[in-house]
Design a protein around this ligand. Sequence first.
Ligand SMILES: Nc1ncnc2c1ncn2[C@@H]1O[C@H](COP(=O)(O)OP(=O)(O)OP(=O)(O)O)[C@@H](O)[C@H]1O
Ligand SMILES: [Mg+2]
Length: 390
Amino acid sequence: MNELSEPNRIQQLDEITIGHIAAGEVVERPAQVVKELLENALDANSTAIHVEIERGGFDLIRIEDNGTGIHENDLELALSRHATSKLSQPEDLNEIHTLGFRGEALASIGTVSQLTVASKPDGQEGRCIRMDAGRRQPIEPIGMANGTVVTVEQLFQNTPVRLGFPRRPATEHARIVEVVVAHAIAHPNVSFRCTIDGRSTLNLPSSSSIEDRLYDVLGGQSSSLLSLVLPAQDADVPGDESWTGYISAPDISRGKGDEVHIFVNDRPVASTPFHQAIRRGYRTRLMQGRHPVAVLHLQVPANEVDVNVHPTKREVRLRHSWRVLERLERAIAHTLATSPTQPDSSGELQELQGLAQNAQNRPIQELLVPTRILRRRHPGRLQQEHNSIL
Ligand SMILES: Nc1ncnc2c1ncn2[C@@H]1O[C@H](COP(=O)(O)OP(=O)(O)OP(=O)(O)O)[C@@H](O)[C@H]1O
Ligand SMILES: [Mg+2]
């Protein structure tokens, strides 16, 4: 068994460490459950993840991965509150390298659903544990491939008061696809499949290139993105953080900021705190109230970012936030100043023509439109050209 396939062993955190963990996991909607389970699969070094959803996740959420798995003796702990393999002492919270760290997600999900966790580390037998509205059942053997399958059924069925939003499956499907897409952009080397109500909604093969992944999720609009270029003098600015990514030329903009994707050390985070810096980078090129399309990755030393601040880990605190945002603003301004923004006679930016050859202009929202409608709009074309999505 190699080191990567060895499961990390889980331990119950002590009271002091628990005391340092920000207010616990709040599971309020199916998309949040999907996010937590995806994070677990990614933390387990999975390279292939399949998400299955039925009726907005209210009937079924199943996430199958091929990661390191959970040791049989750890299965009960995996469902216990404040038990985690990802940290062991308060100091570890200063430098988090995993998406999860609180040891709470599965326990929280298990109290508001019927939760089954089946797991098989490499070289061991498969084992399965079930939790019924908070009550753990005995562990049973199960035949399965290496990895973990987490199944969540009857979500919120017995907890209507916690549900602060309408139970509309269609709305939830859209949110779930957004969650999967965000993680897929952060991890192009992992294949993601998403099946909703029996229909394959996303099928993203693994790729070593972020450009391929962006093409698969953004469609044709990825061809008009500009690669972020850092100004040379930025190398002399103090600080070990760095930005990479892609932004749209100013002539492409959106009414909402939902196509601004921000990742901090590969963790998708809320983009709103970054909007102003991005807008300043565009200077006067972006019309009032418009937002660009952007995929921006910040790499920052783990001890300079605090992820232990928000109940769903959607927001992070940066130790040098001002400096980091200024760096982003300068990078955007420099990228726009040095990129040709006039289309040539073919209507494409010259340096992007290679990518554009396959372009077919499918904004990400179209992914959320049922397959039926897409087919009608582009009869007979999509399946062939964009196999990976449908
Ligand atoms: N898909 C998985 N593959 C391998 N191990 C897993 C998987 N899901 C959960 N685990 C194990 O179960 C433990 C508990 O998972 P849980 O999501 O509840 O907590 P966490 O990920 O440690 O922290 P957080 O509450 O912040 O998500 C994890 O620490 C991990 O060791
Ligand atoms: Mg977790």
